[in-house]
Design a protein around this ligand. Structure first.
Ligand SMILES: [Zn+2]
Ligand SMILES: [Zn+2]
Length: 292
């Protein structure tokens, strides 16, 4: 693969890539509703050369028992085509300033993987890029979010799994299935979204065994290397006071670089002001690796 460098900054072009961002088609987050143009202008001003728009696609009907959460977490099915048309239009408009990839943040839908496969088949002509994320785990009577609120996690998942250690173990089992699923998808740079999202409410939940987490993550490294699936080096956790960290530990990112596993910066912006958020952490993590 030839490496391409920006003629002004000298930075490697693929480094100037934000691989995880949202749009006005997303109904959650405190800045929800800002038009995609505002994100793109922000991306150009921030120096990005490549930009993946990765909205949450529709979920299968009845995926969650709670209809309110369903509405906020994913666009309705009849909006998906409008979403792609809008990205196509702006992709053409900005083509000489920013390489825009039309993508999705796919959910790993445990037991309903075919829903995602069918969606990809139907829209393959518009799909350039994809992230696969684990946002849901099975609970007592259906699927529940791991990242809605600490109270929600506590009553619907922690009570069901009994201990945080047990819950975390199941989370990584689902990450493992998500990696295997991602490996079957027709994308060159498919990545696992926010690998350590289970840590979102870490500071307000009962403690869990950090050493075991390391063991799970090391297992994921082996699987990522085997399958060729990459990781979303996701900064959103830095902005969440109950987490305060990237959703990927620096040592893990370094191991990815070491093992040739692709790690793409993702600010997971749900508002334009967050497009570059966490970029300096990402750059310094790479510098720290190069210094070793
Ligand atoms: Zn979102
Ligand atoms: Zn996500």
């Amino acid at each position: 693969m030839t490496r391409e460098f920006d003629k002004y900054t000298g930075h490697e072009i693929d480094l100037l890539w934000n691989g995880h961002t949202h749009t006005e088609f997303c109904k959650h987050g405190d800045g929800a509703g800002a038009p995609l143009e505002n994100y793109l202008e922000q991306a150009i001003a921030s120096g990005f050369k490549k930009y993946s728009v990765t909205e949450h696609p529709p979920l299968p009907k009845g995926w969650l028992n709670d209809p309110v959460k369903m509405c906020q977490l994913a666009m309705p099915e009849d909006q998906l085509e409008n979403y792609f048309l809008r990205v196509q239009k702006l992709k053409r408009y900005y083509h000489d300033r920013l390489t825009i990839l039309s993508g999705l943040e796919l959910d790993y839908l445990y037991g309903k993987e075919s829903f995602t496969n069918n969606m990809i088949d139907s829209y393959s002509h518009w799909l350039d890029d994809a992230i696969v994320s684990v946002h849901f785990l099975p609970g007592r009577d259906g699927m529940y979010c791991i990242d809605w609120s600490p109270e929600d996690l506590q009553s619907n998942l922690l009570n069901y799994y009994g201990t945080m250690d047990n819950l975390v173990e199941h989370y990584y089992e689902h990450i493992e299935m998500a990696i295997q699923f991602a490996a079957t998808l027709p994308f060159n740079h498919v990545r696992i979204g926010h690998m350590t999202l289970i840590d979102k409410f870490r500071r307000v939940l009962p403690e869990y065994d950090a050493e075991k987490c390391q063991v799970y993550l090391k297992r994921m490294l082996v699987l990522l290397k085997e399958t060729g699936v990459g990781v979303d080096v996701n900064s959103a956790g830095l902005r969440v006071h109950t987490c305060g960290d990237f959703y990927i530990p620096e040592w893990f990112f370094h191991q990815c670089i070491q093992n040739g596993i692709e790690g793409v910066f993702g600010s997971d912006a749900h508002k334009p002001a967050d497009v570059k958020s966490g970029w300096s952490w990402y750059k310094s993590a790479i510098d720290n690796y190069n210094k070793k």
